[in-house]
Ligand binder design. Structure first.
Ligand SMILES: *Cc1c(COP(=O)(O)O)cnc(C)c1O
Length: 499
């Protein structure tokens, strides 16, 4: 070995600067002109595959400069742009530009936020981020928790803490199968699919989920919830947790969390809130009532990569008494020389969740929270909601659109052809077919990206505005695009029928 080892992976300082500057220039232009691009290029998977060529793993390395300029082109010109002002699909936000810089910085220092000794500054930043997120939504800053990959894992992390807390004490040694009675959990039928995954993965089984009916406002029916719990108790089952949703994924409805919290108190159940989408709206003073009860939650899942506009991935689990996370996740193998002093000065995040080695997700969230401040978030989230209401209103007054629901920043609507006989036979079947075809057409067209929702068996178009780039003009244009494409699709379907 020579004294000066030269490896194919190191980049020398001047080259790093030159290539880095080029990359940053390309990204700055991309962000600046994102509204001039189509939301999607409409390229087929085949066309995309062809851009990569089918060669196998290269034997020899290549120049960093060539690699990065080619890859910049691949990604900037052949991606779906959820940072586009007319992207209103699913619940994926435009990403805060500071997040891109944060990820670059985080990857450069590369702290392993699994153990404090490996990430002294990053651990403190993550702690502060968690505390600020608790303050942000208005629960006690004494909630503890950690950053995770997203809403699913945030919910899983809490689900397992609830299981440890409420299942028989020997569950860690004997497993779920050793429990004398069946463990059951409760949630509304609108709850996101994570709960099924959790029940399957963590040993309860999908039949342990009690899907509670919703009321006319689409909130969990708390009367039925109580009856179901009583019924399970009579049968000798063991209820462990109730899951409330703060902003359901289809239509944005927030459950009556206050009543749910008191039900949990009565029956000594863990109260978890899935706030992956909606809970950041609790920052808005006028919406305080809607979120009453969140302070009672034993755990809360939220998703900075949704309505806090963080780049993917960033989810967060908050737990009222963080000791439950330690009870669930802490182990002390003899190959770790990580102290756990009694005072909570040292926090080793591997003891708080599923991951061992952990990246520095908190940095982008921490920086954005400071760049924007509470008041900046109040402004952006309020505007998203105002725009959603505007979208709903435009749909309501348009003769060819039917406004269906509007909650938080989600609007659902559908296209109804002018002069369409309201009492015609198979009306609903045809409207469902028409609106499904219309949605596909809109998604492929690349002018706007909406997603779908089924509301009372009606296939709807759905716009969710977690997008600080969307403006009133975008909404007006989106309405025009929907109507224009709706008319075309109706004619196309009618012609097909006649042929
Ligand atoms: C998005 C969402 C999830 C899942 O979050 P991911 O970040 O996609 O894993 C769970 N629950 C609700 C209510 C959501 O909106």
């Amino acid at each position: 070995m020579t004294d000066n080892r030269k490896t194919p992976i190191e980049i020398d300082k001047d080259e790093f600067k030159a290539i880095g500057h080029q990359l940053i220039d390309a990204i700055a232009d991309f962000i600046d002109r994102i509204d001039e691009k189509p939301v999607t290029t409409g390229e087929s998977p085949k066309q995309i595959q062809n851009l990569l060529s089918r060669r196998s793993l290269p034997k020899n390395g290549s120049s960093v400069s060539a690699l990065l300029s080619k890859t910049t082109d691949l990604l900037l010109n052949h991606s779906l742009l959820n940072g586009h002002p007319k992207f209103l699909g699913y619940i994926t936000s435009s990403a805060a530009p500071i997040g891109a810089l944060a990820d670059l910085l985080a990857a450069s220092v590369n702290p392993n936020v699994g153990a404090q000794i490996l990430s002294p500054m990053a651990t403190e930043i993550e702690k502060q981020t968690v505390k600020w997120l608790a303050e942000f939504i208005g629960v006690s800053p004494n909630y503890g928790g950690l950053l995770v990959s997203g809403g699913n894992v945030a919910n899983f992390t809490a689900f397992l803490a609830a299981r440890t807390a409420k299942a028989p004490k020997n569950v860690k040694e004997d497993g779920i199968s050793g429990a004398p009675s069946k463990l059951v959990v409760y949630c509304s039928k609108t709850t996101h699919t994570w709960v099924e995954k959790a029940a399957i993965l963590f040993g309860l089984g999908s039949k342990s989920i009690r899907w509670i009916q919703t009321d006319e406002a689409n909130k969990i029916d708390n009367g039925i919830l109580v009856k179901t719990i009583q019924n399970d108790l009579e049968k000798g089952h063991q209820p462990i947790m109730v899951i409330g949703t703060a902003g359901d994924v289809s239509t944005g409805v927030v459950d009556d969390l206050k009543t749910m919290a008191s039900v949990c108190k009565t029956y000594d159940l863990w109260f978890h809130i899935d706030g992956a989408y909606g809970i950041p709206a609790a920052v808005i003073p006028e919406l305080k009532n809607l979120f009453e009860g969140i302070k009672e939650a034993d755990s809360i899942a939220l998703d900075p990569h949704k309505w806090l506009y963080s780049p993917l991935e960033a989810g967060c689990t908050l737990v009222k008494n963080p000791k439950h996370l330690l009870d669930t996740y802490s182990t002390h193998p003899d190959y770790y020389n990580f102290s756990t002093p009694a005072e909570d000065l040292v926090q080793n995040y591997y003891e708080y969740g599923l991951q061992n080695s952990r990246g520095f997700r908190a940095l982008k969230v921490w920086l954005t929270l400071q760049q924007v401040g509470r008041s900046g978030y109040v402004e952006m989230i309020s505007q998203d909601i105002e725009l959603s209401k505007f979208f709903f209103k435009q749909a309501r007054i348009h003769p060819e659109l039917e406004a269906i629901t509007q909650n938080l920043s989600i609007t659902t609507l559908r296209y109804i052809p002018v002069g369409f006989a309201k009492d015609s036979e198979n009306k609903e079947t045809y409207l469902n077919e028409l609106n499904k075809a219309l949605l596909n057409q809109l998604q492929e067209g690349g002018e706007v990206f909406l997603s779908n929702a089924i509301v009372n068996e009606k296939c709807c178009l759905r716009g969710c505005i977690v997008n600080f780039r969307t403006s009133k003009k975008d909404i007006e244009e989106i309405v025009e695009i929907i109507v224009r494409e709706g008319r075309k699709m109706h004619i196309k379907l009618q012609t097909q029928r006649i042929e």
